[in-house]
Design a protein around this ligand. Structure first.
Ligand code: AMP
Length: 399
């Protein structure tokens, strides 16, 4: 068997986890992938798949450095050989590029320093991202490292969509604007949608619904993102697994002044203990459905709140775009949960959206059409692949 000519290691470093994927960009496949979770805790959990083998075990990863070294050890244990696989670069998922960074960027010391400076904009996400870069550079110093930004696809939002209606001087001083996130996924999925339909990307008006544990919607007008639901931070917009999405900002003042919560407590409440978890006690939709089937009223309400918000955004983006050619569902919920897709689009026939229920529930896995033949808007399920998109962007940045 001949191996791939070039592979890219994609690293996605979170505060207590490190996800990685060894991608063959030409073939569009991951050769190996896995995750180390609970880094810095007493025991960490490691999972790595390579070819058709898998390791899943409790390990000790005292820090991110140890975690990444462990990845290579486990990979070697399964017979993997990075040299033989033609590893040429490392692509890093960075959540926030601020105003300055949007194109995939070859990382040098100045870039690392800049990214560290952006940390106040994304305090939960950028510091572990920078840490991941530093660790990977230490372990693989001979390879080029490239940062790919989650905000990139939205850097060019029209000012009307990117601007918050607050004091303009304050906004400018503190770089407050809609940045948007999950951009790698929104771009990948909208490009795949055009491919699937055999239509030019630059001709389609698309609504992309990235519904995972984090969730976001975007309106893509002939290749350009013109609106998105996440904002200055990933907290705004749709109801998510553990985040509230849109709420009245007055609730924050009320929780601080009247309920006496600290800013950190409110941050935790809205980012980690809200959304489906806050309403239903579960953030996994499979569990939410199980609870609903068992007659749980809180889970039913959570589901209805989720679907209602989603419908509002679909309606809003139909208006922003002046009608759509495509609505594309992606990520864990979007790809797997036929009920969410059905309920979010129910009754939208007057707006040109008609689902085919047999297609919607077919159980197929790949990119596929789920609307009826006579639907003016083509509804798609398109599996996202952020790692592949990052790997391709990484190679593109290297020319
Ligand atoms: P992601 O963030 O894209 O990995 O999505 C993770 C979420 O997808 C989980 O928290 C679940 O809510 C949801 N999910 C995954 N598999 C299924 C499934 N078979 N049915 C419904 N929801 C699913």
């Amino acid at each position: 068997m001949t191996g791939p000519e070039t592979t890219v290691l994609v690293v996605n470093s979170g505060s207590s986890s490190l996800k990685f994927s060894l991608v063959d960009p030409a073939a569009g496949v991951a050769l190996a992938d896995g995750i180390i979770e609970r880094i810095c805790e007493e025991t960490s959990h490691a999972k790595l798949g390579y070819r058709d083998q898998e390791i899943a075990r409790e390990v000790r990863a005292a820090d991110h450095d140890a975690a990444l070294r462990l990845v290579f050890d486990l990979f070697a244990e399964l017979g993997g050989d990075l040299d033989a696989l033609g590893l040429v670069a490392v692509g890093h998922r960075m959540v926030h590029g601020g105003q300055r960074y949007h194109a995939p960027t070859l990382i040098d010391d100045a870039v690392v320093a800049d990214l560290a400076e952006l940390s106040p904009l994304a305090p939960l996400h950028n510091p572990p991202g920078v840490l991941g870069i530093e660790v990977a550079q230490r372990i693989l110093p001979e390879l080029p490292h490239v940062a790919v930004f989650d905000t990139a696809f939205f850097h060019d939002l029209p000012a009307a969509a990117a601007t918050y209606a607050i004091d303009a001087d304050v906004a400018a001083q503190w770089q407050i604007r809609r940045y948007g996130f999950h951009g790698t996924s929104h771009r990948y999925v909208s490009e795949q949608a055009a491919d699937l339909l055999g239509r030019p990307y630059g001709e389609l008006k698309q609504i992309v619904l990235h519904l995972g544990n984090g969730a976001s919607a975007s309106a893509v007008d002939r290749g350009r993102a013109v609106d998105t639901s996440m904002g200055m931070t990933p907290l705004e917009g749709l109801v998510m697994g553990t985040r509230c999405g849109d709420i009245d900002p007055g609730i924050v003042f009320y929780l601080a002044r009247t309920a006496g919560l600290s800013m950190d407590e409110i941050d935790t409440l809205l980012n980690r203990r809200s959304g489906m978890l806050g309403l239903a006690g579960e953030n996994d939709f499979r569990e939410v459905h199980r609870l609903i089937d068992a007659g749980d009223a809180a889970a039913r309400l959570a589901y209805e709140v989720y679907v209602h918000r989603l419908r509002k955004y679909i309606g809003a983006y139909l208006a922003v775009l002046g009608g759509a050619d495509v609505i594309a569902f992606t990520a864990g919920v979007g790809e797997n949960d036929a009920a969410v897709r059905r309920d979010a689009l129910a009754g939208l026939e007057p707006l040109g959206v008609r689902l085919d229920e047999a297609r919607n529930t077919s159980g197929d896995r790949g990119a596929r059409v789920i609307s009826a033949e006579d639907s003016a808007v083509t509804v798609l399920v398109v599996p996202t692949d952020e790692e592949l998109a990052i790997a391709r962007d990484t190679l593109a940045a290297l020319g």
